[in-house]
Design a protein around this ligand. Structure first.
Ligand SMILES: Cc1ncc(COP(=O)(O)O)c(C=O)c1O
Length: 431
C-alpha cells in the first residue's frame, strides 16, 4: 500500500522517522515517500502494459515540482487543467506532447500558452470552447489535436462534488450531443478532433462504472466511424481509488483486468489509450504531520486542537472524507494493526481532531476513537498526498506548510514553509 509504517512504536516514512522530519522542519508538514510514488506509477504502468497507454499524471492532485519531476523521469505525461499546471509540467521537464489539457474554463492566454508549447491534446468541454480554440489556432497558424469530453451518464458512486460523468454535469457534453458536435467541428482545418475523453468521477472503488463507460465510448466510436469520423485516441480519465482505509481500493491489476480485455483489440487496430491517474499514485504516498497545540473538553466532546486544519487539509470538511489519524509515536502497545475507522485497542477515547481556524467546520477527524493525546504530541494524518497540499489555503493568514520528500534514508525539503512576509508579498498599500 505504502511506505509509511510503524516500527517499534514509532512511525517511519521509508527509513526516516516522522519524529525526525518534524524536528527538522517543524509542523504542519506534508511528507511524501518517493518509493511509494515510484511503486504506484510502475504498478499501474505494468498492469496496463497490454494497452501501451500514455499515462498522464493528474497534476491537480499533488503538483509539487519535485514530484512532477520524479514521475516525468519514470515516463509519465501530465494531465493539466490550467495555465499554471501547464507551466509546472513544462518546468518539470515534461514533453509538451505528453500533456493533455482539460478544464471547462480555458482562457485565451492559457490556450495560447498550450498552443505555443505544442501540447499533445486539448480535452474539449463545450462547443463554445472548441470554437475559441479553433479561432486562436487559426490566428496563430498552429495545428493541434483535440478529444471531445463526453459524459457517459454512469454513476461512479462517489461524493457528488467529485461525480463528473453524469448527465447535466458541468463537464464535457452529453453522449447524445457528440455526433452533432463532430458534424459541426470534426473537420476543422487547425484542430483535429480525433479523440474522446471520459472522466466519470473520483474515487471509483469498483470496476463496473469503467466497463460501462468504456463500452458506451466504443459504441460512439463505431457510430462516428459510420459517419466518416475516425477516432484514434481514447482518454479514460482518472478516478482509480486509494486506501484511505487498509485494502479499501482495488489494485491497479484489478482495474486493468476489467478494462484491458475490452480495449485490447481496438489498441491492436491503432487506438491510443490515455490514463489520467492522480489519487491512486499520490494519495497513499503522502502524510500530513501536525502537532497538538491544546486539548480541551466541551460538554461531552473531547477536542484535540492541532496546528493543521481545513486550511492545510480541506478534504474532511469539504467532502466529509475519512483520513486515518493516529499519533506518530504511540508506542508498541498502541501501534495500529491496520488503518480503519473501527480499531479496537485498550485505552482509546472518543476524540474530535480539529484545527486552529475560526470555523466550526474546521476539523480533520470527527468522533474518532484515538489513543490519549497531549499538548506537543505529533499526529499523522494518512493518505494525504492527493488533494492535500494542492488544496491548501492561507485562510486565517496561516502560511502554507513545508513539503518534504523522503527517499530511503534521505529527506529533502521540496517546498519551504512560508513566512509571514510571504502572506503580504503581493499586496500593496492603497494610496
Ligand atoms: C479530467 C480529470 N482527469 C483526471 C483526474 C484525476 O482524478 P484522480 O485523482 O481521482 O485519479 C481528475 C480529477 O478531478 C479530472 O478532473
Amino acid at each position: 500500500m505504502d511506505e509509511f509504517r510503524y516500527h517499534d512504536g514509532a512511525l517511519m516514512c521509508e527509513q526516516v522517522s516522522a519524529h525526525e522530519v518534524a524536528r527538522a522542519v517543524g509542523t504542519p508538514c506534508y511528507v511524501y515517500s518517493a518509493a511509494t510514488l515510484r511503486q504506484h506509477y510502475t504498478r499501474l504502468a505494468e498492469a496496463f502494459r497490454p494497452l501501451n497507454p500514455l499515462i498522464c499524471y493528474s497534476v491537480k492532485c499533488c503538483s509539487n515540482l519535485s514530484i512532477l519531476r520524479l514521475l516525468t523521469s519514470l515516463g509519465a505525461g501530465m494531465d493539466v487543467v490550467s495555465g499554471g499546471e501547464l507551466y509546472r509540467a513544462f518546468k518539470a521537464g515534461c514533453d509538451p506532447r505528453k500533456c493533455v489539457y482539460a478544464g471547462v474554463g480555458k482562457s485565451e492566454p492559457e490556450i495560447r500558452l498550450a498552443l505555443e508549447q505544442g501540447i499533445g491534446l486539448f480535452n474539449i468541454e463545450s462547443e463554445m470552447e472548441f470554437e475559441n480554440i479553433a479561432r486562436i489556432a487559426r490566428e496563430m497558424q498552429v495545428h493541434t489535436r483535440a478529444a471531445l469530453r463526453v459524459n457517459p451518464d454512469v454513476d461512479p458512486k462517489t461524493h457528488r462534488y467529485t461525480t463528473t460523468g453524469k448527465r447535466e454535469s458541468k463537464f464535457g457534453v452529453d453522449l447524445e450531443r457528440a455526433e452533432a458536435f463532430f458534424n459541426a467541428y470534426g473537420r476543422d482545418a487547425f484542430v483535429s478532433l480525433t479523440g474522446l475523453h471520459l472522466h466519470i468521477g473520483s474515487p471509483v472503488y469498483s470496476t463496473g462504472p469503467y466497463i460501462e463507460s468504456v463500452q458506451k465510448a466504443l459504441r460512439l466510436i463505431d457510430d462516428l466511424a459510420l459517419r466518416g469520423f475516425h477516432i484514434d485516441t481514447l482518454d479514460l480519465g482518472g478516478g482509480f481509488g486509494a486506501d484511505y482505509e487498509s485494502d479499501q481500493s482495488p489494485l491497479a491489476a484489478q482495474y486493468a483486468e476489467a478494462i484491458v480485455p475490452i480495449l485490447q483489440d481496438r489498441v491492436s487496430r491503432g487506438l491510443q489509450i490515455i490514463l489520467e491517474p492522480g489519487r491512486t499514485i499520490a494519495a497513499n504516498a503522502g502524510i500530513l504531520l501536525t502537532r497538538v497545540e491544546y486539548v480541551k473538553q466541551s460538554g461531552d466532546r473531547h477536542f484535540v486542537i492541532c496546528d493543521a486544519g481545513m486550511n492545510t487539509l480541506l478534504r474532511p470538511s469539504h467532502y466529509g472524507s475519512f483520513h486515518f489519524v493516529w499519533p506518530a509515536n504511540p508506542g508498541v502497545a498502541l501501534t495500529p494493526p491496520r488503518r480503519s475507522r473501527e480499531l479496537v485497542l485498550p485505552g482509546l477515547a472518543r476524540t474530535e481532531v480539529v484545527g486552529p481556524l475560526c470555523e466550526t467546520g474546521d476539523f480533520l477527524a470527527e468522533d474518532r476513537m484515538l489513543p490519549p493525546l497531549h499538548r506537543g504530541d505529533l499526529v499523522a494524518i494518512f493518505t494525504a498526498g492527493a488533494y492535500g497540499m494542492a488544496m491548501a489555503s492561507r485562510y486565517n493568514s496561516h502560511p502554507l506548510p513545508t513539503e518534504v520528500l523522503v527517499d530511503g534514508h534521505s529527506m529533502q525539503v521540496i517546498r519551504t514553509r512560508e513566512r509571514y512576509e510571504d502572506l503580504v508579498v503581493h499586496e500593496s498599500a492603497a494610496q
